[in-house]
Every structure is written in structure tokens, then in C-alpha cells.
Ligand binder design. Structure first.
Ligand code: ZN
Length: 211
């Protein structure tokens, strides 16, 4: 986690999720970033500011960049690891910022807002495309996602971000959340499950502490 450099995120990358928040499906990727101070590991107690209003979970596939971007690179050339993360979002704050047409940073970049599981090696293009992931909240599956349902594929996201903002070793990319986002509350237990090539890995449990 110490070696992570830029944290890129993409908003509204699953059609059903864009719809559930009342947003149009975007015509080009909607990219934002989080400070590295937002990182916290996806295990044990996860701390969320208790004074920030409602906080939503957004479970997402996260890819790690292992090489400097050059035009024409494929996902296999540039991505060297995958994992799951939570893009925690202060939804009340975000709604206020949207109304004032301000940047999202306060709502998306607060301390602890980038919850990250350990990376596993890049599994190859086919396994990446076919993987599925889940978020389990208090023993109920609340989100299910797969790269197959993304509006912009990981390749398209790399082709968009690379030439505009740069991509280099140590950067990570949260690839968007599927439908089913909802609020977390103090005392919730969260787990994330990643299934790649039929192999299942569970991250957590995480215990939400909204002190
Ligand atoms: Zn997100």
C-alpha cells in the first residue's frame, strides 16, 4: 500500500448503477482521483468519519498499473495486479457539491475513503473479463459485478487516462461500481469476494467504525 502513487477512479461505469442514482449513462469516462491519504486496508476495523453525513459503499474491481503508459499498450502490457476495493462516498456531501458545481474531492477523497484489499497477480485477459465480485454486508450479498457489464472496458479506461493524465507503475484504478450501492452504518460487517477462474477469495471481514 505504501508504494501506491495515483488513485484514479471512474464514476458511473455500470449502466444500472448510473440509473439508480438518477444519472445519464456517460458518453466518455468520468474520471476523478483520491489522495493516497484515503487508503486503508480492507480488513479488521475500517474507520469512517462519523461527522460527514451519509456514507455509501461502492465495491469495485481495482487494477494496478505496472509500467509507464505508451500508446497502443494492451491491458496485459500495463496492468500487473488486481484486487477489490471500496470507493466510500460521502453522499450528502457529494449532493451538496454537485448542486454548487464544485469538485467531488471532499465527498470522495476523505480520510479512509479508499478501502483496498491486497493485490493478486494479473490473471490474463480472459480471466479478467470473466471474473465476478461481490460485496456482502451483514451476511447479505448487496452488490455483484463483472467487467463484462462495464460501460467503458478497462482497455478503454487506460486509453482514456494514459494520454491525458498519465499512468505509471504504482498507480491504481478503481473501475466503477455496479448497482446495489447503499449506506454503511457504525457496526456493519463487510466482506468482499473475488472469483477468478473459478477460484474464490474473500477479503475481510471489515468492521465499520464511524467514530
Ligand atoms: Zn465509485
Amino acid at each position: 500500500m505504501e508504494n501506491i502513487r495515483n488513485i484514479y477512479c471512474v464514476g458511473r461505469n455500470y449502466a444500472l448503477h448510473a440509473k439508480e442514482l438518477g444519472n445519464d449513462v456517460p458518453k466518455e469516462p468520468m474520471i476523478f482521483a483520491k489522495p493516497t491519504h484515503a487508503l486503508q486496508p480492507a480488513t479488521g476495523k475500517i474507520t469512517v468519519p462519523g461527522t460527514i453525513g451519509s456514507v455509501d459503499y461502492e465495491a469495485e474491481l481495482v487494477v494496478r498499473i505496472g509500467a509507464g503508459y505508451k500508446p497502443g499498450m494492451t491491458v496485459s502490457d500495463i496492468v500487473d495486479g488486481i484486487t477489490l476495493g471500496l470507493d466510500l462516498t460521502a453522499r450528502d456531501v457529494q449532493t451538496g457539491l454537485k448542486e454548487r458545481r464544485h469538485p467531488w474531492l471532499l465527498a470522495k477523497g476523505f480520510l479512509g475513503s479508499a478501502v483496498l484489499a491486497p493485490f493478486q497477480p494479473y490473471p490474463g485477459e480472459a480471466a479478467l473479463a470473466g471474473l465476478t465480485f461481490n460485496l456482502i454486508k451483514n451476511d447479505t450479498v448487496v452488490q455483484t459485478g463483472s467487467p463484462l457489464d462495464m460501460i467503458f472496458s478497462i482497455q478503454q479506461l487506460i486509453d482514456f487516462i494514459g494520454p491525458r493524465m498519465g499512468l505509471g507503475a504504482g498507480d491504481i484504478l478503481f473501475t466503477g461500481t455496479p448497482a446495489g450501492v447503499g449506506q454503511i452504518a457504525d457496526g456493519d460487517t463487510l466482506e468482499m469476494k473475488l472469483t477468478v477462474d473459478g477460484r474464490e477469495e474473500t477479503f475481510g471481514p471489515m468492521y465499520v467504525d464511524m467514530a
